[in-house]
Design a protein around this ligand. Structure first.
Ligand SMILES: *Cc1c(COP(=O)(O)O)cnc(C)c1O
Length: 399
């Protein structure tokens, strides 16, 4: 769904509130209603045939092309993504990753994937994409010269993620994208961590940006959805491929996602503030070897993060000062205020024992190889979360 231009000079917080709320979609109420529809009815057979001649955004046709609830969400996401012409919605973040890959790659193509990419992205490269005849080379995104050398053979596309999944390194995205562009390769990025509020991926050189809306946009751990946004050329390819694949999201979920989107800015600010306070506290604990959080001034990625990002979020990791991998599980099990579960970005805090080294071909951050815990900081009081972490860390050693 391509975006309207009126608010383009307004600040992100204003665009978050206003995006997609066209009067013809909302009527007299604040939020676009839930339009549940497979069939769209026509006034006559001539009108039906006329509608079939064009395939443009915001046009009633058939449920698979959406209705105002989905159009409004897509338009709101476009409104907060600088440089985007339009946004396609998918039933999950992983479906969005697949939508990007299939819109860009064809049999015989070569993909370069950052080694710190989300594990299901890696599995898609070694599974689905390999089966369709696309070869993938994993690369260390912190090694710019090594990356440039990979273009000695033709490259169709590059898949990036920042900060890295589980290890939270911050690659120099503009430098990587500039090299890709110089060689005619398409740059795609998973921007779930920062969202466009924290990192304007298209303006930093990426051609296509995707997010899992299940995280910050939903914000309440009760829906699955994904999106991909791009300028006109790649938006057109994404939209066509999504239609060919029959991708559609339910109007109920689109309404929930749009509702989450309106408060995403304030939630991210609060979660970033708490996460930073907790990360700083963790840095001072004897049981902690290293905190993996680019928002911390001491982090190796902090300079690049400060240069490129306008905001953070509540997700970061830390490595325990222990040789025993089971120590992470003991700490997580001892926490009272953190749920144990996948996903993140909800209003409630989560903790997960992770093993980044199991998901790497190369290890860009070898010092992240110990027993590691990932925290998703919610909206609880950070002092309560710190007290909980303190009692759990005290039980780190075997009982
Ligand atoms: C969760 C996640 C995804 C996938 O999103 P789903 O909505 O769970 O399919 C993609 N990328 C990152 C970085 C994620 O954390």
């Amino acid at each position: 769904m391509s975006g309207g231009g009126d608010d383009s000079t307004r600040k992100p917080a204003t665009r978050l509130v206003r995006g997609g709320r066209r009067p013809e979609w909302t009527g007299p109420v604040v939020n676009p209603p839930v339009w549940r529809a497979s069939t769209h009815l026509y006034e006559s057979d001539a009108a039906r045939r006329e509608a079939g001649k064009s395939n443009t955004d915001g046009q009633f046709f058939y449920g698979r092309r959406g209705a105002p609830t989905q159009w409004a969400l897509a338009e709101a996401l476009t409104a907060i993504e600088p440089g985007a012409y339009g946004t396609v919605l998918y039933p999950s973040g992983v479906a969005a990753i697949a939508g990007c890959m299939l819109a860009v790659l064809k049999p015989g193509d070569r993909l370069l994937m950052a080694d710190n990419a989300y594990d299901p992205s890696r599995s898609m490269a070694t599974g689905l994409l390999a089966r369709m005849g696309v070869t993938t080379d994993f690369f260390d995104p912190l090694d710019i010269d090594g990356f440039a050398a990979l273009f000695a053979n033709p490259v169709k596309a590059v898949w990036l993620e920042t900060p890295g999944s589980l290890t939270f390194e911050v690659p120099d995205i503009p430098a990587l994208c500039a090299i890709a562009r110089e060689h005619g390769a398409v740059s795609m990025i998973d921007n779930t961590w920062a969202s466009p509020l924290g990192f304007a991926a298209l303006e930093h050189g990426c051609d296509i940006v995707m997010m899992s809306l299940s995280k910050h946009v939903g914000g309440h751990s009760d829906l699955m959805m994904g999106s991909a946004s791009a300028g006109k050329r790649w938006y057109t390819a994404l939209r066509r491929t999504a239609q060919e694949l029959g991708q559609v999201v339910s109007p109920d979920d689109a309404a929930l996602a749009a509702r989450g989107l309106r408060t995403m800015g304030v939630r991210l600010e609060a979660q970033t503030r708490s996460a930073l306070k907790i990360a700083q506290w963790l840095e001072g604990q004897p049981q902690v070897a290293r905190v993996l959080c680019p928002m911390l001034p001491s982090d190796p990625g902090h300079a690049t993060w400060t240069r490129d990002f306008t905001g953070g979020c509540g997700l970061f990791g830390f490595v325990l000062a222990s040789e025993d991998r089971a120590a992470a599980a003991r700490v997580v099990d001892a926490l009272a205020l953190f749920g144990i579960g996948y996903s993140w970005g909800g209003y409630e805090s989560l903790a997960l024992a992770t093993a980044p080294q199991d998901y790497r071909s190369i290890m860009p951050s070898p010092d992240a190889a110990g027993p590691t815990i990932r925290l998703s900081i919610g909206l609880e009081d950070p002092d309560d979360l710190i007290a909980d972490l303190a009692q759990a860390l005290a039980r780190m050693e075997s009982p």
